[in-house]
Design a protein around this ligand. Sequence first.
Ligand code: CS2
Length: 501
Amino acid sequence: MSAMPPEQAGRLGPSLLDRLPPVVRRPAYDRSKLKPGMAHIGVGAFHRGHQAEYTEDLLEARFGPWGSIGVNVRPPALAETLGRQGGLYTRLIREGDRMEARVVGSICAVVDSVQDSAPALAVLARPDIHAVTMTVTEKGYCHRPSTGALDLGHPDIAHDLAHPQSPRSLPGLLVRALELRMASHGRSLTLLSCDNIPANGVLLGTVVRTLAERRGHALLKWIDANAAFPSAMVDRIAPAVTDADRDQVEREFGYRDEAVAVGEPFRQWVIENRFAGPMPQWDLAGATLVSDVEPFEHLKMRVLNGAQSTLSYLGVLTGYEHTCDDMADPLLVGFVRRMLMEETLPTLRPVPGIDAAAYVEQSLARLRNTAIRHRNHQIATDGSQKIVQRVLNPIRERLGRGQDVTLLAAPVAAWMAYLARASARFGRQWPVADPYAGRIAAIADGIGDDAAALAGEILSIDTIFDPALAADHAFRAKVAALLQGFLGTDPLGCLRRLAED
Ligand code: CS2
């Protein structure tokens, strides 16, 4: 565990808590009494802006042993940022001209375990840790997006099968932690995925069990009896933090914070009420506990995230920088609203207490928030891991019912164009981060200008596209026609034509 040295003058840390300017809200509980009861893997901007703040609200509403140990198994390391600050950070909420600042204290210690899994395993195996939450991004689960099965060909999984005691993958880490718990104190553990994947708990349970099975029947049996993998829907727009955000805190509040988190006012957390043992009562902080998360997650991923991904690809192709810039273009907004209302909403089951059409408008209003500078390229990252739940699943369902998918085909084609334009063939217009970027660039380089052939080759990647969907003639033809338009000189010309239909 990284030491928490006394902070330097001017740097946020425990001794600064009593000297914060009054405009900055501080923990309303005695932080020196805070004990850890859970761990979180992946302490990025989203975790700091979402789950850690819910925990802070809970600690204020009903104080208990629910501090969280933040663990990073991928860069960036935490020691110099949150570690130096005793786990404290400033959470900024922004909307229009309004900004609200709060120092959050719920992360009570941090552990870096990037090169070596031992420090993370030591935390996850502790008997006083009852729950592990995680935000490791879609690709952290090492699954095949088209099926949700563990990708046994993934290099980190291959490594972990050969070296189970020093795992590199998230599933390998969790399996080893559960094995250590079984062999030592035997206490149960709830593993709560907070990533944007439908049925994320089922997925997490699948990848963990698939790997555990290879460690022996006893471990699998123990996991079935002592671990729970509830699903959860998480929501708050919390873009990557910039130097400008950190500088603003320094300028306005007089201290340096290297772990600032920025978000919009809206937040939501819907958690499946199925735990292995004691859990923080996040419902006291505004989270909703339900027996079935699915309708909530489909609504959120297909509407809000679907709109974000669609805008990000169309926005980059048009030359816009942020979601709020995309939302200032009536063509893009008109297209996205129509796509959501006409093609996405009919795929959704009713969600208790939520009017779906109003949810669309609320989502679009959130995306219009000019104080949130969410870069299109950030949202476009890892599209291969996102489009299944955001776009392809509703397309599949509509095709199954004989319904049109003309509008939903646009984000698929725009995603293809985004990756193709990052290839040598199209002049490497921007750098992309996506596990499939190299493969798609190679396809684009080999095929040249034939959009139908390019779309066909990309659709044949069966870890992303389910073969039945890829074989659907109407869908293929629509994607190919749109891709041709997006790769042309007037990328949005085809959208204009769609809008006129
Ligand atoms: C975004 C999400 O980058 C992305 O993929 O779509 O991080 C989005 O902002 C959150 O899911 C909102 O809750």
